[in-house]
Design a protein around this ligand. Structure first.
Ligand code: GLV
Ligand code: MG
Length: 338
């Protein structure tokens, strides 16, 4: 009797990858929590913050003023040296490859805390050539500083050109960890008429047909990001890397943030960015599977021990495909409980 195991999503690309990449542990990454490392008072709290989130990311790119770029880089290095991150991932978002800061960012960080860094998030990736460039640089630094493990690359999908090339970006290197949708830059790149960071827009809607009784017509707001998110999820799943939703800028609207995160979770994303402490609990709740869903998924696995055939559970047909769906939910629940 053989057990069918679904394709192992959400690992750095393993096919043909050198041995060190295949040994990397599978991590729970429900939120990528952004901190602005140039602010002393924020840095002072990172030791307490780290155990409460899955990833701490020191942001060096957009939202950091030009005059604070050097302070952010230095602050990130100081934070990386001072804090024991334990099981929490340590990431940075460097400046764009064509900016005046990227080369200094990567050189300083790899030289000082390369051994503690897990992932470099690269903004405004337009094609596989951007990933190849960062890949080679990281390989040079790993060799120079004899680093114990490979540093992975996470791309932000936030330009129309990047969206066009999403499949080749996803498979550009065995270092590819995953990808995040960047709705703010993508909106600008596409000349969308919005000034928001992610989320919906009240004018992006569908109006139901008029009825003969003249009742008010139903209005349904649509998801501006569905197409790109779905395209990105497919590219990532096919490459065996992780997709993420990016930022949600209206910190006061927790319900809308939760809805955006939940759409991403249901569609296949592993996590989302949290830019404000109030979003951490939302991401934790949304990207951990619902206990009732887990209980039902376990019943499917128990009813089909070898993952094949067809059974009825509570009037619903289950077969090889739903067994694979159930396994993803149960595996995620195990990771959350570990
Ligand atoms: C993130 O960087 C975005 O542009 O949304
Ligand atoms: Mg951006």
């Amino acid at each position: 009797m053989t057990t069918k195991t679904p394709r192992q999503f959400f690992r750095p690309l393993a096919i043909g990858a050198p041995e060190p990449f295949r040994e990397l542990p599978l991590r729970l990454e429900r939120m990528i929590h952004f901190v602005p490392p140039h602010l002393e008072k924020v840095r002072a709290k990172v030791g307490d913050l780290a155990p409460t989130v899955d990833i701490v990311l020191g942001n060096l790119e957009d939202a950091i003023p030009v005059e604070a770029k050097q302070a952010a880089r230095d602050g990130f290095i100081a934070m990386g040296q001072a804090v024991d991150f334990g099981k929490t991932g340590l990431w940075t978002r460097v400046n764009a490859l064509n900016s005046p800061w990227f080369l200094d960012d990567i050189t300083a960080i790899m030289g000082q805390i390369g051994g503690k860094l897990d992932v470099v998030m690269v903004p405004k990736v337009e094609g596989p050539w951007d990933i190849h460039y960062v890949d080679q640089l990281l390989a040079q630094f790993e060799a120079k500083y004899c680093l114990p493990k490979p540093i992975l690359i996470h791309a932000i999908l936030e330009t129309a050109e990047g969206v066009k090339n999403v499949e080749t970006i996803a498979t550009a290197s065995p270092r590819m960890h995953g990808m995040s949708l960047g709705p703010a830059d993508l909106a600008a790149s596409r000349a969308m008429k919005t000034t928001r960071v992610g989320g919906g827009h009240p004018e992006y809607k569908v109006i139901a047909d008029p009825t003969s009784d003249g009742a008010p017509r139903a209005v349904a707001q649509q998801d501006l990001w569905h197409y790109t998110l779905a395209k990105m999820v497919d590219a990532c799943a096919a490459a065996g890397i992780k997709p993420f939703y990016g930022p949600f800028g209206d910190f006061a609207d927790e319900a809308a943030c939760e809805a955006q995160f939940r759409n991403a979770f249901l569609l296949g994303c592993a996590g989302a960015w949290t830019l404000h402490p109030s979003q951490i609990a939302i991401a934790k709740r949304v990207f951990s599977p619902d206990p009732a869903e887990v209980a039902f998924a376990k019943r499917i696995l128990e009813a089909m021990p070898d993952g094949s055939g067809a059974v009825m559970i509570d009037g619903k047909m289950q077969d090889d495909a739903t067994w694979k769906q159930a396994k993803i939910i149960v595996d995620l629940a195990r990771q959350v409980a570990a």
